[in-house]
Each structure stands twice: as structure tokens, then as C-alpha cells.
Write a protein that binds this ligand. Sequence first.
Ligand SMILES: [Zn+2]
Length: 127
Amino acid sequence: MNSLENQPPVFEKLVLKALQLKQQIDSTLSALQGDVKSIRKYYESRAEFSRWRQSADGQTWKAEKWSMQKERCAECKCEIPLKGSHIDRIKPLSKFPTLNLTRSNLRITCPECNLRKSDREVDPSSC
Ligand SMILES: [Zn+2]
């Protein structure tokens, strides 16, 4: 039989190194496949939301919500035009992916408040 025992030590080391490399490649590949899955999920949920937002249902919902908020940003309370206002998720999609299209998790904000998520304090006098 073709056993490693009869091979020179260098050959054995090379085989072991090759096996280690294969294991590293397999593990890296597996991690990459996980990343691809996450990336795909990220873009699919955003694409789904974007389709809804542009649909008649989404547009009607936004106009009604904006009106219910008395045409004001839900965050800073400044008066804002419907056009150009943002639909903001109260609980972020990254942490709550199942709430992607849940209306009760959505509100209308000005672009500034939506993009300035990290510092929540907004001075209403800056409207
Ligand atoms: Zn605002």
C-alpha cells in the first residue's frame, strides 16, 4: 500500500501542511459563505422595503402617517414637507429584521433626523 511511513519525512510534512491549508481554506470559505448570506439578506430586505415604499400602498401610508404626525418630523417635531421626508424605523432593521415592513415600527422624519441616528437630541428651535 501507499503509506506515508515509507516516504521521506519532508514529504510527510508537505502532506500535513497541505491538509492544514485545506482545512484553513474550507473554514475561510465557510465564513465567506456566511458573509454572502448576510449581505444577500441585507440587500433583499432593503429592496423589499424600497418596493413597498414606492408602491401605491406605501405612498398612501406615508401621506397618511405624515398627516397623522401633523406634518411634523417625529423626532425633532419640525414642520416638514411630505416630499423629501424619510420613513424611519424606530427599531433598526439590522437588529429587528422581522419588522422590515411592520407599519407600527415606522414613522416620518426629516432627512436630518433620519441620518443623525446616533445623537438623538435635536433642538426644536433649529427648525
Ligand atoms: Zn427632524
